[in-house]
Ligand binder design. Structure first.
Ligand code: SAM
Length: 392
């Protein structure tokens, strides 16, 4: 009887979690959203600004140092059950030089994994997030080798918010790992790379789950988009187009700011707070054909990167606030009153909670950079729920 109670008490203890590369706390928000009984016992990030935002929202300042300098003894002190890691992705991105494990930014990640066999209390669960491309890198090969050697079984996923009803294309790679004798609910997916969220919701049809993305990709893409909410549901400035219509004045005087970005001075489209989000006409003239433009009724927008607002090409979608009859007519771009998504809107598309806030001193560019580095809570929360389910 006494033993039973002790056992019960033990089971009600929250999981002790370490959040590496914590940024603005996307992993922690995902844990909360997943309803996992977990306590983040420490977060780690080298970036001052990210730590300001994390502290502002969670009331705790992450350990501000280089993860590479942590030792096995340091980690043992936390008695952690789970490690959540979202290491820098530049070594694996197309824009980066793809130096993979040869890139200094990958060192700290491999270093922390190499510590596992030296800890006296290794984690029971591990969760890794990175860009698509990571799964074919030599860092990935090393990670799988270390995890195998330290008794972990893995299930890997490539998933996008579009598969969770959010009109946002941000496919990312995820590795879920459990240390034996712990097992996943659906062991049929052990050591596989999956492209469907089916297993997270109890789907055990291995063939369908692995193949569904490859099989008739266009058809499955169309079906996905149909089930997404429109962009409009994620906007904080919905009625600006009315304001724009009456305030439109074409003043094309431009200047170059310190980052070499051309900005029109006071083009007067839309007075007030939205002004700062208007795309200058000079940028439309120069880069219009390369812009990804979406509308309030669109069911998809492109991934926002950390360079959104600094550069327009390939960094995220722009919103047309006046909808033309023919959406494909490039010549009408100037009349569509393009604007950037605001940081709050990007946060909404990342499914950050409503009470997430930036401290006032964080500049607009820093906000976009931090959000671009963060993750989709709509995707990570069910993955974490699946990882923690049934572990004891
Ligand atoms: C891809 S972002 C992760 C963002 C985070 N998941 C979030 O939700 O905001 C990588 C983060 O790792 C931090 N970082 C990169 N290298 C580091 C290192 N060696 N030690 C500590 N932090 C590091 C960066 O400052 C950045 O905030």
């Amino acid at each position: 009887m006494a033993k039973g109670l002790e056992q019960q008490e033990l089971e009600e203890q929250p999981w002790r979690v370490l959040e590496f590369y914590s940024g603005i706390g996307g992993m922690r928000y995902s844990l909360m959203k997943a309803g996992v009984n977990a306590e983040v016992v420490e977060a780690f990030d080298i970036n001052d600004t990210a730590n300001d935002v994390y502290e502002h929202n969670f009331g705790h300042r992450p350990y501000q140092g280089n993860i590479q300098s942590l030792t096995a003894a340091d980690l043992d002190r936390y008695r952690a059950d789970a490690w959540l890691l979202s290491p820098p992705c530049q070594p694996y991105t197309r824009q980066g030089l793809q130096k993979q494990s040869g890139d200094a930014r990958a060192f700290s990640f491999l270093n922390i994994l190499e510590l596992i066999p030296h800890t006296s209390r290794p984690p029971m669960m591990l969760f890794v997030e990175n860009v698509v491309g990571f799964e074919t890198s030599d860092t990935h090969a090393k990670m799988i080798e270390i995890l195998g050697r330290t008794n972990f079984v893995t299930q890997e996923f490539i998933l996008s918010p579009l598969q969770f009803g959010v009109p946002y294309s941000r496919p990312r790679y995820f590795c879920l790992a459990k240390r034996k004798p712990s097992t996943f609910h659906n062991q049929v997916f052990d050591n596989q790379l999956l492209h469907s969220p089916g297993p997270l919701f109890g789907d055990t049809n291995a063939d369908e789950t692995v193949l569904c993305e490859l099989d008739e990709p266009q058809k499955s893409q169309d079906k996905l988009l149909e089930s997404c909410e429109p962009i409009e549901s994620f906007l904080e400035f919905k009625n600006c187009s009315d304001q724009l219509e009456s305030n439109f004045v074409d003043i094309t005087t431009s200047s170059t700011d310190t980052d070499g970005i051309e900005k029109d001075e006071g083009n007067g489209y839309c007075s007030g707070i939205v002004d700062q989000y208007i795309v200058p006409l000079s940028l439309i003239e120069r880069w219009g054909s390369a812009m990804d433009i979406v509308y309030p009724d669109s069911k998809r927008c492109c991934c926002f990167t950390k360079s959104y607002y600094r550069y327009v090409k390939g960094t995220g979608s722009l919103l047309a606030t006046l909808q033309p009859k023919n959406k494909d007519k490039t010549s009408s771009l100037k009349e569509q009153h393009l604007r950037y998504f605001s940081p709050r809107e990007v946060a909404n598309l990342h499914s950050l909670p409503e009470d997430f806030q930036f401290p006032q001193q964080i500049s607009l560019r820093q906000r976009y950079a931090l959000l671009g580095n963060s993750l989709s809570i709509a995707v990570v929360a069910p993955l974490l729920k699946y990882l923690f389910a049934g572990s004891s």
